[in-house]
Design a protein around this ligand. Sequence first.
Ligand SMILES: [Zn+2]
Length: 428
Amino acid sequence: MPPTDRDGAMPGTNLAQTRALNRRAVFDAIRRNGPITRMELANEIGLTVQAISNIASELEVAGLIRQQGKRVGQRGQPAVELSLDPTGGYTIGLDLAYRRLSGVLVDLTGTVIVSEAHDLVDREPHVIAKALGALSNKLLEKSGITRDKVWGIGCSVPGTVENGTFWYDKVQEADEWTKFPLAATLEETTGVRAFVENDATVAAIGERLYGIGRVARNFFYLHFNLGVGGGLVMDGHHYRGAFGGAGEIGHMIVKPGGRLCPCGSRGCLEQYVSFYSAAETVCGPTRTPDEVPIEELVAYCRANDARLLAWQQEAGQYLRIAIRNVEAMFDPDTIVIGGGLPSELLDGIIAAANPLLPTMTHRHSSSHPRLMRAEHAAELPALGAAALPIAIVMQPSSSSASWRATTSNNSMPTNAALTALGIDSALS
Ligand SMILES: [Zn+2]
């Protein structure tokens, strides 16, 4: 007889999958809205109160949620309120930025338990991958959290990622990063499941879990760093595209025949709207744009430097085109603007982009403006990366198979909380 779950459903069958999906839905609703009563959950998810009670008991046994208190002031028996148990699991978030590595270990609510950061000196991929692994091990050691309580590592990188393999943005970096197996290297160094994702998608995921995603289910995250990228959240889930390149808005053509971009096309958005393009206006003949410190650009901006004012005006015009194109494609609740560009620079571009171009939709039922600034702290991108393993568990398509370690010689510890959510993390 094949093994069955506690309700008699064979793992992998439709029934078992439906149960896993329902548990994830209840867990996610408690995560977003807790403290919340069973009745409110039933209304939110569309299951019966009895079904919610059964699922809540299972999640409580798995240590994912807990009874917080009782709702008073209502008729009848006071209703028990459910909330996330912060100690039900932990994740590690790593951010590989242009000049810096940073990492956090957080609990299920995204509260930072320990953090570490250091400047990036050596740019050799194997050295960086080892440093990221060592950073993770240090976070584990400092926090005293054991590996069996850790759901996974999320790592944010400035480039596209296919099957855990990192293709560094060819615009910025050398060939040695091409096809670098970063997730597998992290797993070998740490013994923890690792997920690698493009930085703009990670920023969108952070916003989905901890920011605007609590109230908006469809948004496009416009992510400014050295360049500009985009992350897409559709119907409450992040969308990667077939090859991990969905939302790569930096290479959307906004000016046919315009400036040549290292990607090979002309007139890409990034050539007009990015830190890189702003720095180009002030770097002079002796420096490349990425050698211009952010502080220098901010100082010019505060001094109303004519070159930067002109850049903001031009950038704003191209940003309006990009915003209109994104709306035409995805019809989002809102477009979220965030990332590492200083607000001194960003404010001027957004002002120049207004008034926005007319939309085809009336947005009568919208409670959000067309453009919003990110809520989630951009100064801590590793926190978004820490949200990545949780977001991946919540994807409807997630399964034990999709959670399987990318490296074959590394068996991950069993995690009871993940098993309760329908993912057997010990499979390898
Ligand atoms: Zn391009």
